[in-house]
Design a protein around this ligand. Structure first.
Ligand code: SF4
Ligand code: SF4
Ligand code: SF4
Length: 410
């Protein structure tokens, strides 16, 4: 079946289905379900109407006071993260006041003064909900993730790095692992190379996990060769994808917690992906898809994207057909391709290979059309400057590839 036929079939099936929720599983967690907005025009819009993403949840009263059973304990932790996920929590604007009324924040490294020893001192399960963003990249990340798991009733993988490895997991593509990365970063990047040459010529220094100084022993966490998603290290209850998650998605997670804490509403099934729609990103995207054949791969800056044409039709690699909806096509609306930060759509087994297959099927190589030579195909492929970076920008830890290996097969 051609991609065009597959897409038409898919649209037909979607149109036949009036369900607002789906219970389908992304590749990495067969028990996962998706939770989307309550049935509303926004969340169940017809395919041929203006597609939009997830509508924000109504969190109710702004400052509701403490829940009937008293404030719950919340924790937020960043593992291998850029800080964007922490900042995104503030995107809920004045609804942060609801969080203030509802919860004691026992740890949030970027915002409050909670230490590891404070968490150690808590009883197991004393934290009601813990949001962990970032991938697991070093032994401190792993230690804190395990500790917070032990102390928390609910753990949420927050953001693309926690759900699928995110951009930190692109480090898995370095065949030599951590040693190669450290060598490059400390010896070969012009600024550090200059420093090494100036101060340590002939005896370059690298960070050590343990260093003796007059004041005592300084330690650094050991870096891992492979970067992991959170559920590859600890048990995870819910997932909130996005780089970072948008405020509409975050509001749905908060609604789950507010309903639980104030009204005793049962929690969603374990494994639920919160704050996404049942659609693919393409189905939320207002651009018109004509399934043009691709004979040339373009970067967005090389093309005028100020129109309603599908970016792929213009030769730009866009992962919308394989990516879970929810963001309302935030990137494609402004002329930038989707890189897949919301993770694989429920029908997709593996985001990168699925998107790659979809794109490759648009090369003019079908029986009905003029054949391309292998050389032609090779030439198109060569125009994709960083194929793994394009197709696995956010999902390397959950990919079949997982990591590059060196010749020795480590
Ligand atoms: S998901 Fe994106 S915003 Fe969040 S920590 Fe990772 S890179 Fe940063
Ligand atoms: S621009 Fe991307 S998301 Fe939009 S229709 Fe085309 S492939 Fe799908
Ligand atoms: S368009 Fe794609 S990359 Fe951009 S926010 Fe949405 S899911 Fe993420």
């Amino acid at each position: 079946m051609s991609l065009k036929d597959w897409w038409a079939e898919r649209k037909k099936k979607r149109a036949e289905s009036k369900e607002a929720k789906v219970e389908a599983a992304p590749a990495s967690a067969s028990a996962k379900k998706t939770v989307e907005a309550p049935a509303s025009e926004a969340s169940v819009c017809a395919l041929d109407s203006e597609p939009i993403g997830l509508a924000a949840a109504d969190l109710g009263e702004l400052m509701p006071g403490a829940p009937p059973g008293g404030k719950i304990n919340m924790a937020v932790y960043w593992a291998a993260a850029c800080g964007g996920c922490d900042v995104s929590l503030l995107d809920i604007a004045d609804r942060i006041l609801t969080v203030k009324d509802m919860a004691n924040i026992v740890m949030w490294p970027i915002a409050v003064d909670g230490k590891e020893k404070d968490i150690q001192a808590l009883e197991d399960g004393e934290i009601t909900v813990c949001l962990i963003n970032g991938a697991i990249r070093n032994e401190e990340n792993e230690h804190m993730a395990r500790l917070l798991r032990q102390k928390s009733q609910i753990v949420v993988a927050y953001g693309s790095c926690a759900t699928c490895g995110g951009t930190p997991a692109l480090a898995n593509l370095v065949p030599g692992g951590v040693n190669e990365i450290i060598k490059y970063v400390h010896d070969e990047v012009p600024s550090t190379k200059d420093f090494q040459e100036t101060y340590h010529k002939g005896n370059y220094v690298h960070p050590q996990t343990s260093t003796e100084v007059p004041e005592g022993t300084l330690t650094l966490p050991k870096l891992y060769d492979t970067v992991y998603a959170l559920d590859q290290i600890i048990d995870v209850d819910y997932y909130l994808p996005g780089c970072p998650p948008l405020q509409e998605s975050i509001s749905h997670l908060l609604k789950v917690v507010v309903d639980f804490a104030y009204h005793g509403v049962a929690l969603p099934p374990k494994g639920t992906i919160v704050g996404v729609t049942s659609k693919t990103l393409c189905e939320e995207c207002p651009r018109e898809k004509k399934f043009e054949r691709i004979t040339e791969v373009k970067e967005p800056y090389e093309v005028d994207t100020n129109n309603n044409k599908c970016l792929v039709d213009m030769g730009i690699i866009c992962l919308g057909s394989s990516t879970m909806g929810g963001c309302g096509a935030a990137c494609t609306r402004v002329g930038q391709p989707c890189r897949g930060c919301y993770g694989p759509s429920p029908d997709v087994q593996e985001l990168g290979s699925s998107a790659f297959t979809a794109i490759a099927s648009l090369f003019p190589v079908t029986d009905e059309e003029s054949q391309m030579s292998e050389e032609d195909i090779d030439n198109i492929m060569k125009q994709i400057k960083d194929p793994l970076g394009y197709f696995y920008a956010f999902s390397m830890s959950k990919s079949l590839i997982m990591r590059a290996v060196d010749e020795g097969g480590q």
